[in-house]
Design a protein around this ligand. Structure first.
Ligand code: AMP
Ligand code: GLY
Length: 426
């Protein structure tokens, strides 16, 4: 089967790497891809939201499956676009319908969904220009810190944790009255602050059944010790030491099962990944957010641990046969360390030469590309997050050491990475 994978980050390189290990994958195309994905298949110069262009490409290249990496095409309805067009209806899209993607596309929808299905999450209220004054009064009486969330997609920047009322009211005004995040913040969810340790839990569902993938923990802050600005993610570990059997059973019974049955009850079509952003509050799991896709950099830590054929898994997802699948995972630890451009998450340079990529020849480590570009025979930086180095180890420490050793070999000017990924656990 020919497969088209949408996206261009480290997550997509990890998908491409795993998909091409399957004998069921004849040709892999990646739109738009990066220098790493071009080592696994053919990059195609198409934007992930160019649905007409994607359709034409699928027809011309006899594509048998579309795998969607990022949220934007899902929230914009790529699943429905395929389903409603007789020329491409037969091509399964791995990802939810637009209604399902709303779990990520609208925080207000996600909160109401959780409330309808009794899924544990922080108490909240939603506000827009229509009940703005009520919102101000609500904020004034609210305990601090206060969490403000833009309802729509805001490139990972739409959540603001305010330490005091003055800051909360100023942000609230900016979001609703000054369109701080454009249309995404016309509506704002105001949520109680939860204190605890976070982890990322993933399932692949066919709408009826699901398989639970290995969990992961990501490290979002730019500096060691979880200090500094928020980023797209500076590293990840899998498994997560505190996610023991008892805790994961609670996640399954109070969060995953009611989510899957809630989608089914509400007749929301869903054939793809659900990423549960979970926080552990006094031993009890609570949902911080849903995402309608895999995480990045979590995918780079999770997929290497998956022993199953990923194409077969996706075929079972499209065919509603996931109940027939048993996941097999590598019990070793993976650690992913992300190397970012100097200045990220602020301004940074692009086009810097990446040295040493051809020198990495480890069996138990993989250099995934994120923001990279192939220019003739040179690989150059092309984004904030540039590389994601995943290593296996029998212990967390060993895996960290291995990824760090690789980042001694692979380098570019101004490169920054966190050497303390997984620090709380050793
Ligand atoms: P999100 O974009 O929903 O993933 O939120 C970004 C980050 O904000 C999360 O990973 C949490 O660290 C934090 N966060 C979101 N909601 C809450 C909350 N209710 N209480 C505490 N932290 C939160
Ligand atoms: N690593 C978090 C995310 O992908 O949203």
């Amino acid at each position: 089967m020919n497969i088209l994978l949408l996206g261009s980050g480290g997550r997509e390189h990890a998908f491409a790497w795993k998909l091409t290990q399957s004998s069921r994958c004849t040709r892999l195309f990646i739109a738009p891809g990066n220098a790493g994905t071009s080592l696994c298949g053919t990059n195609v110069d198409l934007a992930v939201t160019d649905f007409d262009g994607i359709k034409q490409f699928c027809v011309e290249h006899n594509i048998g499956m579309v795998v969607v990496g990022p949220e934007e095409p899902l929230v914009k309805g790529i699943y429905d676009y395929f389903k409603n067009d007789p020329a491409i209806r037969h091509i399964p899209v791995i990802g939810p319908s637009k209604a399902g993607a709303n779990l990520e596309g609208s925080k207000a929808f996600a909160k109401a969904f959780m409330q309808r299905h009794g899924i544990p999450s922080a108490a909240y209220k939603e506000f827009d220009a229509g009940n703005y004054e009520e919102g101000i009064s609500y904020l004034q009486l609210h305990a601090t810190p206060i969490v403000l969330k833009a309802d729509g997609l805001a490139a990972g920047k739409g959540v603001i944790i305010c330490q005091n009322h003055v800051e909360a009211m100023a942000e609230f005004e900016l979001m609703i009255q000054q369109a701080k995040f454009g249309d995404a913040s016309k509506k704002v969810v105001v949520e109680d602050f939860l204190s605890g340790i976070e982890l990322s839990v993933f399932v692949l569902t066919d709408g009826e059944n699901y398989v639970l993938l290995p969990e992961a923990k990501d490290y979002k802050r730019i500096d060691e010790g979880d200090k500094g600005l928020n980023t797209g993610g500076m590293g990840a570990i899998s498994p997560v030491p505190f996610a023991d059997e008892t805790f994961m059973q609670k996640v399954i019974s109070t969060i995953i099962d009611p989510t899957i049955s809630g989608l089914k009850k509400e007749q929301i079509e869903y054939a793809g990944f659900i990423f549960f952003g979970i926080i552990k509050v006094n031993d009890e799991p609570c949902v911080i957010e849903y995402n309608c896709r895999m995480g990045d950099p979590e995918t780079e830590a999770v997929l290497p641990r998956l022993k199953n054929d990923l194409v077969a898994l996706f075929e079972a997802t499209a065919g509603k046969r996931l109940h027939e699948i048993k996941l097999e995972t590598d019990s070793r630890q993976t650690v992913t360390i992300v190397a970012v451009s100097g200045g990220y998450p602020g301004e940074y340079e692009k086009g810097l030469l990446i040295d040493g990529l051809d020198l990495v020849q480890e069996d138990d480590a993989i250099v995934f590309h994120a923001g990279t570009l192939q220019e003739d025979d040179k690989t150059v930086t092309n984004g904030g997050r540039v590389l994601a180095v995943t290593s296996f180890g029998n212990t967390l420490q060993k895996a960290v050491e291995k990824s760090k050793a690789i980042l001694d070999i692979v380098q570019f000017d101004g490169m920054h990475f966190r050497s303390d990924i997984g620090y709380e656990f050793y």
